[in-house]
Design a protein. Sequence first.
Length: 216
Amino acid sequence: MATLLHIDSSVLPGEVSASRSVADAFRRAWEEQHPEGVVIYRDLAAAPVPHITADAWTAGYAAPSERTPEQAAAFAAREKLMEELERADAVLIGAPMYNFSIPSTLKAWLDNVLLLGRTAGGTPSAQGTPVVVVASRGGSYAPGTPREGFEFVQNYLKAVLERTLGLDLDFIVPELTMAPRNPAMSELVPLYEASRERAFEDAATKAKELAERLAA
């Protein structure tokens, strides 16, 4: 029985959010392949995890018997997040671009689950787990575009998810999502529509391929 850890971080609800919509398409396709599976869902906009504190940070490097009550409480919340990651057979993350980077709520989740000596460094505890990130953005930051140098979502998540946590990373990138709402981008609407269609197709395809891969 496969377990999917699904994390949303968009502040926008439902179909208004490109990352949520595409992630939902992936999840539906996944559940069709795993009707008896388990989905652990975290909506970081509706229920943010605590930003990392001194107690939560230092507790990670202290023996359980030496932790203060404050450290123990802070680490218990942090450990629950790490255990969810470690239990997952696959991870799905909605990561919209806000001000050229990821939402602070998603950064808080990453700060909590990244612990040197456990989930990072040496042999990370979730190493090899496939993770699909829906990295939506209002414009385009693809190679060759004027704002290529402002792409800090995929580059950052590659460093953290792939190189540090050891996850098997893949991206789905719906772009130009502001085109239908911004008159100055009206000529880009056809490119937005093509990107949106491709993102939904990728979501369904990747979910099915991943399900088959895990079942093999």
